[in-house]
Design a protein around this ligand. Structure first.
Ligand code: ADP
Length: 159
């Protein structure tokens, strides 16, 4: 088993698709650091604090999962934590094309980094945080797209 991987993303909010990648990642890596990116240019639906709280609570009983917030380059976060592996999920060829560019750039900037891609489960391959946000924004029930046990209600904007 490999040591530690960083699973970076916006997680706005975390979906059952992310959750699937995290659980499968635990078969490969001893520890997974879920790194929630704070992007000042990207307006988020859930605050950084809410995302941190929801995800930390979800994996409260899983000592092999850590949750952190970061800003700046993902590879700088990896470097500062001494982590050599990045975990990413692939849903579509569009995901692949985007990830391909980022993974090459990351290796150019930090040659020790290796990105490990897991193909999304077919039943999760159409699920995205954007889809969930759209449903929530109109007051719909998004629970079938969310990890079982996620405490989302208290974090909804305006609550
Ligand atoms: P980012 O803004 O970095 O793309 P996301 O939170 O949207 O952040 O995604 C983080 C990672 O999770 C990415 O590798 C993305 O491809 C993957 N991912 C997102 N949704 C799914 C899904 N439904 N199934 C599998 N992987 C997913």
């Amino acid at each position: 088993m490999l040591s530690t991987a960083v699973f970076p993303g916006s997680f706005d909010p975390i979906t059952i698709g992310h959750h699937g990648i995290i659980l499968r990642g635990l078969d490969l890596f001893e520890t997974i650091i879920i790194a929630i990116g704070s992007n000042a240019d990207k307006k988020s639906f859930f605050s950084l604090e809410s995302r941190m709280q929801m995800i930390s609570l979800l994996y409260d009983d899983q000592p092999r999962i850590q949750v952190e917030v970061f800003s700046g380059l993902t590879i700088d976060f990896c470097r500062s934590h001494g982590v050599r592996f990045l975990l990413r999920g692939l849903r579509t060829s569009a995901d692949f094309e985007y990830e391909r560019v980022v993974a090459h750039a990351n290796r150019k900037l930090y040659p020790d980094i290796e990105t490990v891609f897991l193909l999304a489960a077919p039943e999760h391959s159409y699920i995205s945080s954007s889809l969930v946000k759209e449903i929530l924004a109109y007051g719909g029930d998004a629970s079938s797209f969310l990890p079982p046990g996620l405490k989302l209600d208290a974090c909804l904007p305006g609550k």
